[in-house]
Ligand binder design. Sequence first.
Ligand SMILES: Cc1cc2nc3c(=O)[nH]c(=O)nc-3n(C[C@H](O)[C@H](O)[C@H](O)COP(=O)(O)OP(=O)(O)OC[C@H]3O[C@@H](n4cnc5c(N)ncnc54)[C@H](O)[C@@H]3O)c2cc1C
Length: 1028
Amino acid sequence: MFGFLYTRVYSLSLTMCVRSCFRSPRLQWVWRTAFLKHTQRRHQGSHRWTHLGGSTYRAVIFDMGGVLIPSPGRVAAEWEVQNRIPSGTILKALMEGGENGPWMRFMRAEITAEGFLREFGRLCSEMLKTTSVPVDSFFSLLTSERVAKQFPVMTEAITQIRAKGLQTAVLSNNFYLPNQKSFLPLDRKQFDVIVESCMEGICKPDPRIYKLCLERLGLQPSESIFLDDLGPNLKEAARLGIHTIKVNDPETAVKELEALLGFTLRVGVPNTRPVKKTMEIPKDSLQKYLKDLLGIQTTGPLELLQFDHGQSNPTYYIRLANRDLVLRKKPPGTLLPSAHAIEREFRIMKALANAGVPVPNVLDLCEDSSVIGTPFYVMEYCPGLIYKDPSLPGLEPSHRRAIYTAMNTVLCKIHSVDLQAVGLEDYGKQGDYIPRQVRTWVKQYRASETSTIPAMERLIEWLPLHLPRQQRTTVVHGDFRLDNLVFHPEEPEVLAVLDWELSTLGDPLADVAYSCLAHYLPSSFPVLRGINDCDLTQLGIPAAEEYFRMYCLQMGLPPTENWNFYMAFSFFRVAAILQGVYKRSLTGQASSTYAEQTGKLTEFVSNLAWDFAVKEGFRVFKEMPFTNPLTRSYHTWARPQSQWCPTGSRSYSSVPEASPAHTSRGGLVISPESLSPPVRELYHRLKHFMEQRVYPAEPELQSHQASAARWSPSPLIEDLKVCNCSAPDTGNMELLVRYGTEAQKARWLIPLLEGKARSCFAMTEPQVASSDATNIEASIREEDSFYVINGHKWWITGILDPRCQLCVFMGKTDPHALRHRQQSVLLVPMDTPGIKIIRPLTVYGLEDAPGGHGEVRFEHVRVPKENMVLGPGRGFEIAQGRLGPGRIHHCMRLIGFSERALALMKARVKSRVAFGKPLVEQGTVLADIAQSRVEIEQARLLVLRAAHLMDLAGNKAAALDIAMIKMVAPSMASRVIDRAIQAFGAAGLSSDYPLAQFFTWARALRFADGPDEVHRATVAKLELKHRI
Ligand SMILES: Cc1cc2nc3c(=O)[nH]c(=O)nc-3n(C[C@H](O)[C@H](O)[C@H](O)COP(=O)(O)OP(=O)(O)OC[C@H]3O[C@@H](n4cnc5c(N)ncnc54)[C@H](O)[C@@H]3O)c2cc1C
């Protein structure tokens, strides 16, 4: 059970195992129909069960914590949230000292519970540098009846295993309670053998304890299956020859066990349990009512179970005469005004079914309290899957994305319902939804308030002052989240949306925000499981921002700028609901087992809400100068050269602006929020495209690049190629636009713009220092109406691409002319005879297929004279003009790589645990993140300024700025990416992540388009020339 603390040697892998304990168990369930598909195989007469591999099993051995009952890791996480103890403290303290630490000695009964708590408390206090840590309360929670309860799915499995005649055992690292009894919150009758470390003085993974268990079962190792949540314990069992199952969550483990044993272990209705005593309803009158309703004459006994969920309105499963039904009723007792309106649930589901929204089929509403004590309604039971864990464990990233996309789509469907057509215009008030909601939840909160919560007080003041203008009125679900959706067992399709208790007419964005709550909650959050500590990119789950964008795109709406407000409001509402549940628990009314602990959680959630309020406040503040014409504001903006500057120099000033007129003259835009609406729209579309199409395609592209087919363009890229902004094409296109004749443009520019052709630029030569373009030696000789080229070039990017049709070639037409007038540029069709590609060069081993970087010989290549650009001797000038836009594109890409690297790094350090806490809690990691953010922003501002100046004053005037960014961006990106690689560990160097490739590109860009030193020389030269 608690063997994860066995030795220090194991600590790294163990922390990884234990991390999984913090993740909420997957409570994904499959309905009865699916279970029955499992094939049963019984070995004739004997109690031996054969799995597909042919081995026989006669016993199943269970670990306790993390397998039969919640793991101490999970309990600790919950306790730490409630007690504001830094996450991971308990775990670290439990591991301290390894085999000889207090915890392991306690497991071997070498110290008593009191002795353990003393030592343990001291350890925690030392770690946190505080006087006392209430470890007694952790121990009480760990051993409390509420927490230490056997997972129903395991109880069911054990019953089935024993029914087939197999033996069952518990093999647990366990301890004695202060009353001298061992901690065993299990029904002993379920097991043939129980082996506990505290009784034997030996802990797992000591092989002796496994042997002892097998001896007591009278079996050989190969005849048993062992389930444990910790790798080292399983490893030792496997070494002894026992078959093992790693338990990350009980549901999945039972499925695996089923597959091994070959018979079904779950026959009940998932997520149900026997009806609680306090929640019982009179079966006889219910049966009579149902017989009348369904028109059934004879029925068998009525089977009644209670669903685990339904915090508010108790929900029951009914089986009667082969009908599977669900009943939802009001809770007993005095209720808050307008709460628990099950009549409304009935009405909306009926109406929405007619509008094609997937909802359970409702049968009848019974408002007569005499039948079962309160009003209720009955609906058909909808078979399918409910994903209780929003991280969707066990699914492929693409499937997870599809699930979230389906969730988004069904929400759009709900919000698109024509209210009039389905008779729901009076289902709620039209307009002013958020102000009314704020008032309602403030009232509800006040009615349930038990003590003052500072964040709630701040929110109660802040929310009314920041109300958004409601754009649309639609049906809102009010509790739209993943575990209120029933999915198709195999397809990412929503079969039914459940729990309409809080539905009304209102602002649909409230639903969108609400469905993102899990994104901001930890996985250990007891009431609503979260995913804020998961690596969403790796999982394939869209981030909240992307989810919002997805919604807006599907609905054809502009992007939601104030979504932080909606998040703040949603968390405020959850806090108010939790407070209500808590208050009801105090009076014994709430149906949730978590009700009692929700009091403390209210505070936690209200703090989250306040965080969003602060973010929204910053956004409003940032936008103020741009949106409020009366506000006096300051902008750094470049003045057009003609107006302000002598030719060839440029000037910047921070000028106070009294009117918004300057924006039309082009104020420097420093954030997406301040872009003009059409550009902002483009920005969001591009972001969406990247998230939806590009990032998910990375693995496939990666494998294409590693395959033998890599020198042919990937069809995936062809499909995605909508931006057409690759180097060196953009530079070449610029060149043609600026300097090409109409005929040259028609022949080369149009196919390049259309993305039908690719091109390359050939300047660099192996035999001369090519950072100085005047060194170029390749010759261009006139011969009749042709130019004849001879030369040796290398590092020619894109030349190997089969689509490359044009080579923009730089060579010397007159070696005796002035230094900068010797060079010329020729447009060389790639199918001209005499172009010989010698080899592809590699960059740190990367080939960059299919374009590659080629070494090429040009041998007597004849090109018509009209292919000369601008004229002989103009090459130097053209090369300079070409590089301005090309260089800024490189810098923009580098900022993109850096942002991506930082995003990957942040996700990684949140989910990766080392030395007892997530990496993100290490000071050096925090410093690295901060440093990277600052460096990216510095580089971005410089790049924006260069772009701004290029737009306003032209490339020539921006020469200094372009040189500066080319100096700054590649080094900045190298540092940021390098930090990300470091945070990833060795994985960062592999091709499993894009970081190594980013790093290579960033490094290469300290040469490509001119080495850093050349740009530094330019900056220094201009600085000395123009500044005093
Ligand atoms: C991935 C990649 C793609 C490329 N793509 C192309 C392409 O498509 N077409 C093309 O023509 N070329 C391309 N290049 C080549 C690139 O433009 C050259 O490498 C670059 O111009 C430097 O030339 P060089 O390699 O000959 O270095 P050299 O000129 O030999 O310079 C060597 C070093 O000398 C130092 N140095 C040079 N000048 C100065 C100075 N003024 N002050 C101080 N130190 C100095 C620098 O450290 C420099 O790195 C590519 C390069 C790479 C790595």
